[in-house]
Design a protein. Sequence first.
Length: 187
Amino acid sequence: MAKPPAATPGVWDRKSVPLAATAVVKRIEGFSATPYDDNGAKPGGTWTIGYGTIMIAGVRVTPQTPPITEARAVELLMKDMTGAAEAVNRRVLVPLKEFQAAALISWVYNLGEGNLRSSTLLKRVNARDWPAVPGEIRKWINQEGKPLLGLLRRRWAEAAIFQGMDGTNACVRAWNEIDDLGDWPAF
């Protein structure tokens, strides 16, 4: 019986969630057993729990959502990350390296498939315009029209991962080297 062809090393299989994607989201989102307003109680806030989960069994997280364990948070994260990976698979028409997929899955986890679908970022990826991708990732730092330092750090980490930097190093550097909205260190 013939063996199936082996996967090309480092190429995303278009099904799995690369470990780097999950590690980055866990590090950036942090764990909360109880619901919290991801927008700091400003208008338009989104209630989240665990590692940034906003829906549990089709129901939006609210202040009344019961606390969860970290094990349950990981289950919810993996479900959400699988959905983000499926969105990247649907929208990206070219092969990706695992680290590129990890960065895009993290991005979609935070911003959603609709934003990916309509983005210049997706056009650059599908055109294999790899040098333009970090700049396109960087554009997504606004919340309600205002740039946020936390989103700039997250986008830099995702751009660094897209370039091949490991996720832990990318997150550490983002939070250690980016102090204001004008910062964008070389990878």
